[in-house]
Design a protein around this ligand. Structure first.
Ligand code: NIG
Ligand code: FE
Length: 413
């Protein structure tokens, strides 16, 4: 692959991973490792990073770019979305603004189940098209790695249709897509009042069928009041781990439910949402090495209290930020907006938010060897901003700051 040299980078925000002398990962969220007046050389991976004045004149380069003093940051890693769905729930959103709660709408058969009925009558191609359009919107705002979950099918056939649609998205868009199976997103209407039978279906039929197709890397469960109990969630995730899936949990989003405690106990890769996470939940996550993925767009949209990010950071948890882009509780694929919400409403610094939206997102997808920071050998996934300071990402809010994006070394916009 051709080699490109970008020079005259006013500030290169590497977000490089920090380790101690034994190679243990350090949680250094305020240290972005910034190189002023920098240059980078890359093919599909980063080959050289440093001060522009220090680059060897002998290096063979195919293509030169002048960054004109602007800043470069890693591509955003959005580690939690439900971007493949059908239908539109703007009417529910409008009702919520008139005071009806998310739970009330769900109990009337709306909410997740209304998307389920739209998904069941859509074709795989229609579902994929929706995912492709949202992925391109995410790219516009600088996302280069995007997780997508199933979970709006809730039958073997429809869950597999969603996963196949995600597989089409993966082939059609130029960014990295990571797939999660979430058959345990809700109890489908045909199993109303028979939730334990649905849990058996997930364990005995859905998980093995998804594994056989080798079509998802993670398994996620919605562990909360009115959805899946801790006991059922634990059985589903144990089976998933036996089959080789890595685990995620939608944890303590609507109530303090013991879900973060379970995620830590199972050493889940991440526990997500955590609006009502307790200190005991935080401690369990720390013991289990579980990443705390916070989704402030959901608290914003549902007008719920934000997750206790500061307490989590002070507790030493590795915090990641993601959009949760979905048709019900947070309909945005824009990671720059998530940075703003995290800083203004969860008390995070810009540096902490940027680390959480890049390197820590990669941890939440077990993808830190490939992406999340600008380091030699990693995939050349990065954004050229149209400003010389990364602080504008939050200070100058509501504006798209991306001038150009590369993923795997290819200019994609
Ligand atoms: O992450 N918590 C569960 N699932 C989504 C909401 C899905 C929906 O309302 O369609 C979430 O918030
Ligand atoms: Fe979610």
């Amino acid at each position: 692959m051709k080699r490109t040299l970008i020079t005259n980078i006013g500030s290169l925000i590497t977000v490089s991973q920090k380790t101690d002398s034994r190679g243990n990962i350090l949680n250094a969220m305020n240290d972005l490792t910034i190189i002023q007046d920098a240059a980078i050389l890359f093919s599909d991976t980063f080959e050289w990073i440093g001060k522009a004045s220090e680059i060897s004149q002998e290096i063979a380069v195919d293509h030169f770019i002048d960054a004109k003093g602007r800043a470069i940051i890693p591509g955003f890693v959005d580690s939690h979305t439900h971007c493949v769905f059908a239908g539109n729930r703007s009417h529910e959103f409008a009702r919520r603004l008139r005071g009806i709660t998310y739970q009330q709408i769900a109990s009337e058969g709306g909410g997740i189940l209304s998307t389920v009925s739209a998904v069941r009558s859509a074709s795989i191609e229609e579902l994929a098209q929706q995912g492709i359009e949202l992925a391109w919107k995410a790219i516009e705002y600088g996302t280069t790695t995007l997780e997508m979950k199933s979970g709006y099918g809730l039958s073997i056939e429809s869950e597999i249709a969603l996963l196949k649609a995600i597989d089409i998205v993966k082939k059609e868009v130029p960014i990295r897509i990571v797939t999660t199976f979430m058959g345990a997103h809700d109890i489908p209407p045909e199993y109303a009042g028979k939730s334990s039978e649905y849990v058996e279906l997930i364990i005995n039929e859905m998980l093995p069928a998804v594994r056989a197709l080798n079509i998802a890397e993670f398994c996620d469960v919605f562990t909360d009041t009115g959805y899946f109990s801790v006991e059922d969630s634990e059985r589903i995730l144990q089976k998933a781990m036996e089959l080789g899936f890595s685990c995620k949990v939608h944890a303590d989003e609507l109530s303090s439910f013991g879900a973060a405690e379970m995620a830590g106990r199972l050493k889940a890769v991440s526990a997500d949402h955590l609006l009502y996470c307790t200190e005991a939940g935080m401690e369990a996550m720390k013991q289990g090495g579980t990443i705390a993925t916070l989704l402030p767009g959901t608290a914003y949209t549902l007008r719920l209290p934000y997750a206790p990010a500061r307490t989590m950071i002070d507790h030493g948890l590795i915090v990641a930020l993601a959009t949760d882009c979905n048709p019900g509780s947070c309909y945005t694929p824009n990671m720059q907006l998530i940075l703003s919400l995290a800083c203004m409403n969860m008390g995070m610094s810009i540096e902490e938010a940027l680390t959480s939206a890049t390197l820590h997102g990669a941890y939440a997808l077990k993808a830190e060897e490939q992406c999340g920071s600008i380091e030699i050998g990693k995939s050349a996934d990065f954004n050229l901003l149209n400003t010389n300071s990364y602080t504008d990402l939050v200070y100058h809010f509501g504006v798209n700051h991306i001038a150009k994006t590369w993923c795997k070394g290819i200019a994609i916009q």
